[in-house]
Design a protein around this ligand. Structure first.
Ligand code: ADP
Ligand code: MG
Length: 488
């Protein structure tokens, strides 16, 4: 316990601040005051201002150190800024304590900074990108009303920019001086981080640039990444998650298509999911329901998406996958144990050990034609939307991709049941759902037109190969893990 007596005025010690068990306590030194001790109560009014009105007796405040954003002591005033979790319009509360004992106060301030940011760095320099086009267009108000006040209270150096067109975020990431920043913050859906990663990956110093961590504030129609990282869509909690978060290595996927190579951090989909994600723009008026409507409609019509799929399988035994997941999540933060050997030695992107879509398929891969493919989904995070936990066993820097597919020919009610089970990740155990851990794959669709989605963005409807690079990227997570819905 670190304890300080903050003195005020000519009276006795009036406010007592202490740091104990990861909590900050601010309380009157003589609490609880005796019923008739009006002198003490009154004299507190001038001490802890902005907190207690004269009509209310001052009660002790206990604040989790996780919720302390900053503290300072200047001109005889101690200020402690904390988060107000339930108020997105006024998300910061500052306690102002007048006339503290100066010598104690400076030590207290230093200790409080250290204890409040024990696992992470403070006062970061951040590049914030707002996508005014994402979701229902609320990125600007989410930033101004909720996130900016929290970052300002945390004493961040902020450089904010609105994207002007699709592709702008990539250009910004490609051209920026990465040494000038400690992290990127995307106030958007899943698409803007995709652009940022591809901008960083297109630089000559790609491997070094990709170590600039990216943080996520959900402001799109697809926010599965923020849900996977912070377990919430609440902006106050996500912003606090960023401020108090840790740099976490993550796998990135190299995708080759034609002559092109680009990166993915989140998902690749083909079939029902890609069609519903990208092919239901005309149903935007339905809001999120357009997605459910699209899925049910396609299941009813038994739409098939014939293709050939080749997988570099590490395991497709569900029991083993489940067991490994539980063993892994029991470990400490993976940051300490994972390094990325490729990117330590190479300046550009790591080499492709399986070649590109133009090369022969390696002998070790398993290739099958699926005439009845309904949904092929490849994921690197658990949640693919705020409610759909498609990949319950995905974890950061595991070196594995989660691959699942469901055939269109399965009985109708089983198909509906499997889709409905995604909320609680129960589809994982369904006999109709194939699930594997892989490190690479190739998809060759048979039709001539249709949709393939990478990180929720449309890519050409052409054969595509993906190869995972372990721990090539960095993001900010709450505690080095993803949140998941794995009850089995
Ligand atoms: P959503 O979750 O709604 O899809 P995203 O953040 O994923 O939101 O972004 C959707 C798309 O918006 C991305 O393809 C991105 O390139 C594009 N975009 C970014 N800025 C702009 C802009 N100013 N005008 C139009 N499109 C933009
Ligand atoms: Mg998107």
């Amino acid at each position: 316990m670190v304890s300080y007596q903050i003195l005020s005025g000519p009276n006795d010690a009036e406010v007592h601040c202490s740091i104990e068990n990861n909590e900050l306590r601010i309380c009157p030194a003589k609490y609880p005051p005796a019923q008739d001790d009006r002198h003490v109560r009154r004299s507190l009014d001038g001490v802890l201002s902005n907190c207690c009105s004269s009509s209310k007796p001052l009660s002790p405040r206990t604040i989790s150190l996780y919720e302390v954003l900053s503290t300072s002591c200047q001109d005889g005033t101690l200020r402690i800024s904390t988060i107000r979790r339930k108020n997105k319009k006024r998300p910061v509360k500052t306690y102002v304590i007048l006339n503290p004992t100066i010598e104690d106060c400076q030590t207290f301030v230093k200790t409080l900074w250290q204890e409040s940011y024990r696992n992470c760095s403070s006062k970061k320099r951040v590049k914030v990108l707002l996508n005014p086009f994402g979701g229902s267009g609320k990125a600007k108000s989410i930033w101004h009303d909720t996130v900016a006040p929290i970052f300002e209270a945390a004493e961040y150096a902020i450089d904010v920019q609105e994207t002007q067109y699709s592709g702008h975020a990539s250009e910004i990431a490609r051209a920026m001086r990465i040494e000038s920043y400690d992290m990127f913050v995307c106030v958007s859906g899943d698409g803007l981080p995709h652009e940022v990663i591809n901008g960083l990956a297109s630089r000559e110093d790609a491997s070094a640039a990709l170590r600039l961590p990216i943080a996520f504030i959900p402001a799109g129609s697809g926010n599965g990444s923020a849900k996977s990282i912070y377990d919430t869509q609440k902006h106050v909690d996500c912003a606090l998650g960023v401020v108090k978060g840790v740099v976490t290595p993550v796998d990135l996927l190299s995708v080759t298509q034609g002559d092109r190579r680009f990166m993915s951090y989140f998902s690749v989909s083909y079939g029902v999911i890609a069609d519903c994600d990208l092919g239901t723009e005309h149903l935007r008026w339905m809001g999120e329901a357009r997605f459910t409507y699209g899925v049910v409609q396609r299941i009813l019509s038994r739409t098939k998406y014939p293709c050939t799929l080749s997988l570099s399988i590490l395991s497709d035994d569900k029991d083993a996958i489940r067991r490994q997941y539980h063993e892994r999540t029991g470990q400490a933060c993976p940051e300490a144990v994972v390094s990325s050997p490729d990117s330590d030695t190479e300046l550009g992107l790591p080499r492709l050990k399986y070649g590109t879509i133009k090369d022969a398929i390696p002998d070790s891969w398993v290739t099958k034609r699926y005439a009845d493919m309904g949904t092929l989904y490849v994921g690197m995070m658990p949640y693919m939307s705020s409610t759909a936990c498609f990949f319950p066993t995905a974890s950061p820097a595991s070196g594995t991709l989660d691959v699942m597919h469901i055939q269109a020919s399965i009985p109708f009610f089983s198909a509906l049941g499997t889709v409905g089970a995604v909320d609680s990740a129960k589809h994982f155990g369904s006999d109709f759902c194939y699930y594997a851990k892989c490190d690479a794959f190739r998809l060759v669709p048979e039709a001539h037109e249709g949709y393939i989605s990478v990180d929720g963005e449309r890519v050409p409807f052409e054969p595509l190969q993906g190869e995972l690079h372990r721990a090539l990227g960095r993001i900010i997570t709450k505690n080095g893990q993803y949140y998941s819905q794995f009850l089995e």
